[in-house]
Ligand binder design. Structure first.
Ligand code: PEP
Ligand code: CO
Length: 393
């Protein structure tokens, strides 16, 4: 294995291949994979570079203490759903939630690329049958059959086509309204590499989405995902969970963003209501002491999963508690609370529990992955935040 490129000038979209890459599918058909990568390398960008640059500028303003980011959408998008109603739904949901939040508000949806899921276990066991885990529609199918679970490179073509359509519909739906930017976890690196494009000044951008993030399972500072993110100009999110030390976090930031650019990195805490007090103060203190111009956001979803029966349950009360703790810790640390990251849907679902038990009867669960908030539940979180956001200085 050759060493990862260390100097910015030598970065290339393929550089991640020299680094350990976790959570990647093992494609049996290498020829087809190459064909797909070649096709995507000249395919339409999902988003325009100038719009990603506009988001960077907005994020720099939030990093300086002015404004707030609302990020949210499905845990995982699915292929083949009609995109018109989905886009109209999420667009209206952002507008509803935004009325409670302070301006300038930056809207970022988990959409138009959120198809690849990191998994805690590579296999799923049901009774005596063990199959490869479902890794999102970008990689394999959710049906519990060996054929569906086989990773298929051609799926990248399909999710790219749907993402292009979704991003166009979203842009159209926002004419005359404040924009909603797109985002997804940059997990599937052959896809991300193929959609990296240079601007007129020779700088690289991921054109798979306006913002991309690195998940809690793929944020190793010597790993492939961090190497890829280190060379792109987009706003990059990093999920920060309970297993991360302050030293690791600073090493990661030195690696992704040695120039310490404002609005380049959004750190998205996801510790769980019971763990946030133990972990976040040291991480915030470390970024403050290092003079890091990062945005600190809170994801109260991913640290608050409980297994109840055979199902992963998330309680709104836990999410409210973690969000409240985030604002208190930020205030004590002198850090601007920069945003809220939710899994939410405009559909009439009940996937999370609460806030009152009556709201959780008639359970309607459609997510192929994690439980999402419905509009009323998301509004609970947003209203809490509205009361906690500090007035601009
Ligand atoms: C997600 O955002 O869907 C996700 C998998 O998050 P995390 O990496 O924080 O677990
Ligand atoms: Co999720």
């Amino acid at each position: 294995m050759i060493a990862a490129p260390q100097i910015a000038d030598s970065w290339s979209p393929a550089g991640w291949r020299a680094c350990p890459a976790v959570q990647q599918p093992d494609y049996a058909d290498r020829e087809l994979l190459l064909d797909v990568e070649r096709a995507l390398a000249t395919a339409t960008p999902v988003v325009a570079i100038e719009d990603s640059a506009a988001l960077r500028a907005l994020a720099a303003r939030v990093a300086a203490g002015d404004g707030f980011i609302l990020q949210g959408g499905d845990c995982a998008e699915t292929l083949g759903q009609p995109q018109g109603p989905a886009v109209a739904g999420i667009s209206d949901l952002f507008d509803q939630l935004g009325t409670h939040l302070p301006q300038p508000l930056v809207n970022i949806a988990r959409i138009a690329g959120q198809f690849a899921k990191p998994r805690s276990s590579a296999v799923e066991q049901r009774g005596i049958i063990a199959l490869q885990a479902y890794r999102g529609d970008a990689i394999n199918g959710s049906d519990f059959t060996a054929a569906a679970r086989e990773p298929d490179p051609a799926r990248m073509i399909a999710i790219h086509a749907q993402s292009v359509e979704t991003a166009q519909l979203l842009a159209g739906a926002r004419i005359g309204r404040s924009p909603i930017f797109t985002s997804h976890e940059a997990m599937l690196l052959p896809y991300e590499q193929a959609l990296a494009r240079c601007d007129d000044e020779g700088r690289w951008w991921a054109t798979s989405g306006h913002m991309v993030w690195i998940g809690d399972r793929t944020r190793q500072d010597d790993g492939a995902h961090v190497e890829f993110a280190s060379g792109i100009e987009n706003l990059v999110g990093v999920k920060c969970g309970p297993s991360q030390s302050a030293d690791e976090l600073i090493r990661l930031l030195d690696r992704i963003d040695p120039a310490n650019q404002p609005g380049k990195i959004a750190l998205i805490g996801r510790f769980g209501a019971e763990a946030i007090e133990q972990h976040l103060p040291a991480l915030m203190e470390a970024t403050r002491r290092a003079g890091r111009r990062v945005l600190w956001m809170i994801d109260p979803m991913h640290g608050n999963g409980r297994i109840e029966g055979s199902r992963k349950v998330r309680r709104v009360s836990d999410m409210l508690a973690e969000t409240r703790a985030f604002f208190a810790i930020a205030r004590a640390s002198g850090v601007h609370p920069a945003g809220l990251h939710l899994e939410m849907s405009a559909e009439k679902i009940i996937e999370c529990v609460g806030p009152d038990e009556a709201a959780s009867t008639g359970h309607s669960f459609q997510s192929l992955c994690d439980p999402r908030l419905n509009a009323a539940q998301a509004a609970e979180l947003v209203q809490l935040v509205a009361g906690l956001v500090p007035e601009p200085a």
